[in-house]
Design a protein around this ligand. Structure first.
Ligand code: RAT
Ligand code: ZN
Length: 424
């Protein structure tokens, strides 16, 4: 019997498919699952504007490399001079071909500026009178971002004070509890925890596990965190009998499970391979996706979000995710957020995972970066999707416009909304 629904649908002709996908992707509102942005009520923690944009740590690495300037000398300059240095090295002395440099151009142009004509000073004038609230409106509207998840660290004193004053004021910003300090240096973190009334010992003895679990639960609640997260070095392994494994298995993951929020594993950073560069000094190393699978098997009723930093890990991570519905793959993280790699990784994920992943997050540290990070990624993702729909058409499955809209919505907002239990 012919399919009644299919009989009523209007299908696109092959020549119409690419344009329909491009239109749907361009218009799709985005839920940005991982950023380092802040709600304006967090004051100076929200970085924005052209000088911040130009001194993004990706561009610090690129400009000090190009010039050979010692990082200490770069950091000795005030912010304004740093921006002038980066502009000169990466935009004047040579063409801004790198992804992060091109991003400055895309962002400025999207705001109606002409980076060549206006130069750094002209662009500074544009941002000058913008209030944080208006600035968020502008950046989110230009980028098509509907909501963005912050990275929230209760061990950061400035941030903690904001939470104690009441936290979020703008519903477009969601919280994520970042727990790195607990795992990287428990003795230091435990001293603070004890001062805040949680009986956690530096060696994790006694009631430490239950007290740490209580701390995580309290902060997930206080922040209304949509998930808890940690960035891991490439040696992340499971099972893990070390202190790190105990903290995760006995405290953090149970607290997430109790609160019905996922735990996000961001695996593959080699911290400070060039320490003088600060945030710009981290590197990458190959991890072990099979450990992620073993973690998912051990905690079948917990949900894990996962992104891995090494290109070499992407295939095994996808294959692992095929076996575990509680493993949610997201984003082309950090050094992978380059068009050539987003193209390859997104195609592979579609082939192995269908539509059950989140292709990208911005990782924006500076508000205006959402503009280029999403424009650049969306362009590539639309291309990859078009090719997949063309392949389906060749196999006899002509798509309908509302199906394209449905699928695109899942990739850019729907899946993230489901995983993070966000209301529409
Ligand atoms: O992409 C970045 O800006 C990195 O410095 C990190 O913040 C990374 O994304 C992280 O969340 O650890
Ligand atoms: Zn990040």
């Amino acid at each position: 019997m012919p399919n009644e629904r299919a009989k009523r649908m209007t299908f696109l002709r092959p020549a119409e498919v690419k344009a329909a996908i491009q239109k749907a992707v361009k218009a799709a509102p985005v839920v940005d699952m991982h950023t380092h942005l802040y709600d304006p009520s967090f004051g100076g923690l929200l970085l924005r504007g052209i000088d911040e944009l130009i001194t993004y740590h990706y561009l610090i690495a690129e400009s000090t490399r190009a010039s050979g300037l010692a990082p200490a000398k770069f950091y000795a300059m005030p912010r304004k001079a740093r921006a002038e240095f980066v502009w000169d090295e990466l935009f004047v002395k040579r063409s801004p071909v790198s992804e992060a440099a091109r991003g400055v151009l895309t962002t400025a142009t999207a705001y109606g500026l002409d980076p060549r004509r206006d130069g750094l000073d002209g662009m500074r004038k544009f941002f000058k009178g913008l209030s944080p609230e208006k600035h968020v409106d502008l950046a989110f509207a230009t980028a098509g971002v509907e909501s963005a998840v912050m990275t929230n660290d209760p061990f950061n004193d400035a941030e903690r004070a904001s939470w104690e004053r009441g936290g979020r004021g703008d519903e477009r910003f969601q919280a994520a509890l970042r727990i790195d300090p607990l795992v990287i240096d428990l003795p230091a973190a435990s001293a603070k925890l004890r001062a805040w009334g949680y009986g956690v010992a530096g060696d994790f003895s006694g009631a430490s596990a239950s007290e740490l679990r209580r701390f995580c639960g309290d902060w997930i609640k206080r922040m209304n965190a949509r998930y808890a997260a940690m960035s891991f070095t490439p040696d992340f392994a499971w099972p893990d009998a070390s202190l790190r494994g105990r903290i995760l298995g006995e405290a953090v993951i149970p607290a997430c499970r109790d609160a019905s929020v996922p735990f996000a594993l961001m695996i593959g950073v080699r911290r400070r391979i060039r320490p003088e560069l600060g945030d710009a000094g981290d590197g990458v190393g190959k991890g072990d996706p099979s450990s992620v699978g073993r973690l998912c098997a051990e905690f079948p009723d917990a949900t894990f979000l996962c992104t891995m930093l090494a290109r070499e890990d992407q295939h095994e991570l996808c294959v692992t995710a095929r076996k575990f519905s509680n493993l949610k793959v997201f984003g082309c993280w950090w050094f992978l957020n380059n068009p050539s790699l987003v193209r390859e990784i997104t195609a592979m994920r579609l082939e192995l995972l269908g539509l059950t992943f989140v292709p990208q997050h911005s990782d924006a540290r500076i508000l205006d970066q959402v503009v280029y990070k999403w424009r650049h990624s969306k362009e590539v993702i639309a291309d990859v999707l078009s090719a997949k729909y063309a392949d389906m058409a060749k196999a006899g499955w002509r798509p309908a416009r509302d199906e394209i809209d449905r699928d695109v919505e899942a990739l850019f907002s729907g899946n993230a909304r489901d995983w993070l239990r966000l209301d529409k």
